[in-house]
Structure formats: structure tokens, C-alpha cells
Design a protein around this ligand. Structure first.
Ligand code: NAD
Ligand code: DAU
Length: 352
């Protein structure tokens, strides 16, 4: 069926993979990619699909409420897949208010615009909110996993702002009967991830012979999923998810930070023809992140059993693909690590 779909944040890391999947897989949909092109947004991430006839890019900021109303009036969106966000925990510690503005107020603006546009006629409509496992807080018992029923306990300004936006989305469902779905996903990795996040930051620093900053003792645990598998899950939930439901997404793939960094170092040495131990010699333990969550681990059984989703890649294969992409795309990395980002990065590590 012909539909106008609004995807927000489609110039960012995960959004670019979602936009590509939808544009290529659904010629019957027109995909509108709304993105403010902040430091994290990069049109180079979606260059390959920008001339497709079913694709339109709109530069715009979700904190601009009247603009959101206008866009819904102009394009009568049938579906929204909302990914635009401030996404980096360290930045939220340094500047919490911009996270509240984009993640909470921005989401509220989109909900209001969808509510006004749909005006109680919800046939064929869906507001899909892409969220994070960080809303559940930190796990301390090694047996525990985050379930869809785990109470919210966000610990950082980033996760609190995402929790706030999840609550608003549920409130619009409960109060106005707006058709919504929410997914909470674990740590993504893969091509096009901005090199402030753990894996691309380490890859970039190994390539440049710079220190590899491991926070605290490197004992914190994250659960890693290849970004294309997240995009596939979003496709599945958008088309088959039950209205009003939440689905956790994760790869049952937990790693201690220090272990994943050592694995990455070994693979990088091999790919760069360097003696084993070269990259690992750059590992530097630095001051811990404030309020650093100890462990995230997703129980993804609901989406697996109810919708039939499962990750397509083993972690080692995904990591190889990711490293190969960064090695083949040095220009992409150079462009975004010059100028303003480099300044932010240098400030971070001179003040730590
Ligand atoms: P990202 O930082 O790479 O991209 C965010 C995108 O949103 C950028 O293109 C940016 O320009 C855009 N944006 C930011 N503020 C905006 C605003 N005010 N108006 C319009 N656009 C704006 O983020 P990501 O890692 O791709 O994450 C995407 C979504 O997925 C976020 O909602 C995040 O919370 C969620 N998520 C991320 C992960 C992860 O591991 N990266 C895991 C689970 C959930
Ligand atoms: O769990 C999902 C979340 O994963 C998403 O919602 C966030 O948007 C995304 O940024 C990510 O959050 P994390 O804080 O887990 O990701 P990050 O890559 O910043 O850090 C991963 C782990 O590595 C974390 O324990 C902190 C640590 N770390 C990170 C950096 C950048 C380091 O030890 N050194 C570093 O330089």
C-alpha cells in the first residue's frame, strides 16, 4: 500500500541504515528523512540512496514545534519512525539540557504534530519510537537480563531523557489511543558510527597510533548488536509489531569493555600487518565515566518468539565487516574527525 513515512534522524548512524533499508525494500513507500544535521548527522551516510525517486531529505529540527505541524500538514505522514536524538552519554553529562530539548521536547513536538494531523483517524497510522536499553538502568546480578517489564531506572541525563520520551509515547497511546510501538535496543556497532562511541573511537585511535582510553577498570559490560540487524528488527516491528507493545532488541552478545578492546586490537594488528600486541600497547586506563552503568544485557526472546526476528551475523563476522568498512573509508573518518569534533575530543581527554 502507498504510504508516506517520516523517518527522523536518518543522517545519523542507525537512522541511515533504516532509511536505506526502507527506501530499497519498499518502493511503494515515500520515505521522508528529517534530520537537523547536528555534528552526528552526515549526508555522506546515505549518499547511495539520495537520488531514488521514493526518497526526500528534509533539513529540520524536531525542537521546532510549528515546523513539525507544517511538515505533517504538507506531507500527511502515515507512519513515523523516530530515531532523531542526542545519543552520546558522555555529551549528556557535559550538556544535559540539549538532551532534554531534543529527546523529550522534540519527541513531544512530533507526537503533537501526529495527533493534530491524524485527528483521531488512526487507520493505517503508526508512531514508532526507537529507544534504548539504558532506560532500564544498570544490572548488578550476573543472572539478570532486561525484560520489557523491567521497571525504568535511568541513571544518566541521556537515559533519563530517553525514558521521558518513552513515557510520553505511551501516554499518547493511553490518553489519545494513538497507535504506537516502542523498541529498546542494546549497543549497536557497524559502518557509519560516529567515532565518539567505543568501537569506532578505538579503531580510529589505533589507525592514528593514539592512546585507547578505557574508562575505569574496563569491567563494564555491554551487549553488542550489528546495526543492520537492528534495522531489520525495526522493519519487522514496523510491519508486524502489536500496537501499544514494547519489544527489546539485542544479540545475546555480552562483552566486558576491556575484552572487546583486546579482541579489536588483535584483529586490527592482523589487518594492519603489525606484530601482535602493537595495538594493545596503546590501551590507557582513564578516569571513569560519572555514574557509569555496570552492565546492560537484553533478553530479546519476545521479538524472537513473537515476530521471528533473529540476528543474522555472528559477532566476530560483524566486527570484521565493521573494521573492513572503516579501513576502506578513511576519508569519511578524516572528514568528521577534523575541526569541531577534534576540538571536543581533545578537550575531553585533557580534562579527564
Ligand atoms: P546518532 O547520534 O548517530 O544520530 C542521531 C541523528 O539525529 C543525527 O543524524 C542527528 O543529526 C539527528 N538529530 C539530533 N538532534 C536532532 C534534532 N533536534 N532534530 C532533528 N534531528 C536531530 O544516533 P544513533 O546512534 O544512530 O541513535 C539513533 C537512535 O537510536 C537514538 O534515538 C538512540 O537513542 C537510539 N539507540 C541508539 C543505540 C546505539 O547503540 N547507538 C542503541 C539503542 C538505541
Ligand atoms: O545501550 C544502548 C546505548 O549504547 C545507546 O542508547 C547509546 O546511544 C549509545 O551511545 C550506547 O551507549 P554506551 O554509553 O554504552 O556507549 P559508548 O560507546 O559511549 O560506551 C560503551 C562502553 O565503553 C561504556 O561502558 C563506556 C566505555 N567507553 C566508552 C568510550 C567512548 C570507554 O571505556 N572508553 C571510551 O572512550
Amino acid at each position: 500500500m502507498k504510504k508516506n513515512i517520516l523517518i527522523t534522524g536518518g543522517a545519523g548512524f542507525i537512522g541511515s541504515h533504516v532509511v536505506r533499508l526502507f527506501v530499497n525494500q519498499y518502493p511503494q513507500y515515500h520515505i521522508f528523512n528529517l534530520d537537523a544535521l547536528t555534528y552526528a548527522g552526515n549526508l555522506a551516510n546515505i549518499r547511495d540512496i539520495e537520488s531514488q525517486p521514493n526518497y526526500t531529505f528534509i533539513k529540520g529540527d524536531i525542537t521546532d514545534g510549528p515546523l513539525m505541524m507544517d511538515l505533517f500538514r504538507q506531507h500527511s505522514f502515515d507512519g513515523v519512525i523516530h530515531l532523531a536524538a542526542e545519543s552520546h552519554v558522555d555529551r549528556s553529562i557535559a550538556d544535559p539540557l540539549s538532551f532534554i530539548m531534543t529527546n523529550v521536547v522534540g519527541t513531544a513536538n512530533l507526537l503533537n504534530a501526529a495527533k493534530a494531523s491524524w485527528n483521531g483517524n488512526f487507520e493505517g497510522k503508526l508512531f514508532y519510537h526507537v529507544s534504548t536499553d539504558e532506560v532500564y538502568g544498570s544490572l548488578h546480578n550476573p543472572e539478570d537480563f532486561f525484560l520489557e517489564t523491567t521497571p525504568y531506572d535511568p541513571q544518566s541525563p541521556y537515559s533519563a531523557s530517553k525514558a521521558g520520551s518513552d513515557h510520553l509515547v505511551r501516554a499518547y497511546h493511553n490518553t489519545y489511543k494513538m497507535p504506537v510501538v516502542i523498541t529498546n535496543c542494546s549497543n549497536n556497532y557497524g559502518p557509519n558510527q560516529f567515532p565518539e562511541k567505543l568501537l569506532p573511537l578505538m579503531i580510529n585511535n589505533i589507525l592514528k597510533g593514539k592512546p585507547l582510553p578505557v574508562y575505569g577498570k574496563g569491567e563494564n559490560v555491554r551487549d553488542w548488536l550489528f546495526v543492520v540487524d537492528h534495522a531489520r528488527a525495526i522493519d519487522m516491528v514496523f510491519h508486524k509489531g502489536v500496537i501499544g507493545e514494547t519489544y527489546n532488541i539485542g544479540g545475546f552478545n555480552e562483552w566486558k569493555n576491556i575484552d572487546i578492546v583486546h579482541l579489536l586490537c588483535r584483529v586490527m594488528d592482523r589487518k594492519m600487518d603489525k606484530p601482535e600486541g602493537s595495538a594493545a600497547s596503546l590501551i590507557t586506563y582513564v578516569k571513569d565515566r560519572a555514574g557509569h552503568d555496570l552492565r546492560y544485557a537484553i533478553d530479546a526472546n519476545k521479538i524472537m518468539k513473537e515476530l521471528g526476528w533473529e540476528p543474522s551475523l555472528q559477532f566476530e563476522e560483524g566486527l570484521e565487516k565493521t573494521i573492513d568498512w572503516y579501513l576502506a573509508n578513511a576519508e569519511w573518518m578524516d572528514e568528521i574527525t577534523s575541526g569541531a569534533y577534534q576540538q571536543y575530543y581533545d578537550n575531553q581527554y585533557t580534562t579527564r
